[in-house]
Design a protein around this ligand. Structure first.
Ligand code: BV8
Length: 251
């Protein structure tokens, strides 16, 4: 069978799975934002960052060993997020979520805000928010020092107690927000269909949500132009990009 016909039938089968599903969960990774111009997490770091391992930079020890370097890496990524706009994939998901309240839940590993800016009313963020900052250590002052008053250095620090500001993301070796993870696990166990979009499936416990869904009887469909570590968990792998494929499934 010609490839084009195979691809058409695959999209048709996935479209039918979406139409038939009462409860849909979308688990997204950085590939979801790739067509908005935000580099994926494991793409070779560009320019200055090419010689650094993102796993090292995205860690508390990496930050403590060189706060300015890591702060600058996040500052550059923040600027990229602010300059980016939601792509056709984000918009297709948001349109569906708004047209079918309560039928689809986004669970994202991403730290950008593109699902939210596309209009999704309720996004579960497993790895935090790159645009927010919080204190590196618990504030010991009687009156909690206000992060907004931090001295604008790289990184900003507290003039009262010397605490540093850090990005409000979950670093490697840090616990995911318990309420977000618990809610995500519960939704994964209850859904009829899980779409896994733009993730290599290498980071846990987030990647484990696909197996939770599969083991609970959900259909699992991957949208990714390349192979991923979750391919053997999926019933179907659509070899295409988020912005090209998702509008075909949801519009
Ligand atoms: C924790 C925020 C424990 C920072 C990130 C088993 C169980 C539990 C933990 C572990 C475990 N095994 C190992 C661990 C430890 C570790 C881990 O998973 N390590 C891996 C790498 C081996 N996990 C942790 O440390 C987690 N914490 O477990 O804590 C604990 C318990 C109690 C008390 C204390 C501690 C924390 C993990 C969170 C790390 N933070 N982000 C930041 O962003 O700076 S993770 C980071 O990776 C991003 O959030 C990113 O989303 C995420 C996953 O990567 P992907 O999204 O998949 O991106 P990637 O580049 O890899 O792939 C992109 C994909 O897109 C590719 O497949 C590509 O083909 C595809 N693509 C490209 N273009 C497109 C596309 N797809 C569609 N369309 C396109 N256009």
């Amino acid at each position: 069978m010609p490839m084009r016909e195979q691809a058409r039938l695959a999209i048709q089968a996935a479209h039918e799975a979406v139409a038939a599903a009462g409860k849909i969960v979308v688990l997204s990774g950085s590939g979801m934002s790739s067509e908005s111009g935000i580099p994926t997490f494991r793409d070779a770091q560009t320019g200055l960052w090419a010689r650094f391992d993102p796993m090292q930079l995205a860690s508390a020890e990496g930050f403590r060993s060189d706060p300015r370097l890591v702060w600058d890496w996040y500052a550059e990524r923040r600027a990229g997020v602010r300059a980016a706009v939601p792509n056709a994939g984000h918009l297709a998901l948001a349109r569906f979520a708004l047209a079918h309240p309560g039928r689809m839940q986004i669970i994202t590993q991403n730290v950008d805000d593109l699902h939210q800016r596309a209009g999704n009313p309720d996004v579960i963020r497993l790895h935090g928010d790159i645009l927010q900052s919080r204190w590196l250590d618990p504030c010991r002052a009687q009156e909690q020092c206000d992060p907004a008053t931090a001295e604008p250095e790289r990184p900003p620090h507290c003039t009262q107690c010397g605490n540093l500001l850090r990005p409000a993301v979950v670093w490697f070796g840090e616990r995911l927000p318990p309420e977000a993870l618990t809610r995500a696990e519960s939704l994964a166990r209850q859904c009829d269909l899980m779409l896994v979009v733009g993730t290599s499936g290498t980071v846990y416990p987030a990647a484990g949500l696909a197996s939770l869904a599969r083991d609970a009887g959900a259909r699992v469909i991957i949208v990714n132009p390349h192979a991923s570590d979750l391919d053997d968990v999926a019933h179907q792998c659509l070899r295409g990009t988020a912005a090209a494929v998702l509008p075909l499934l949801f519009d």
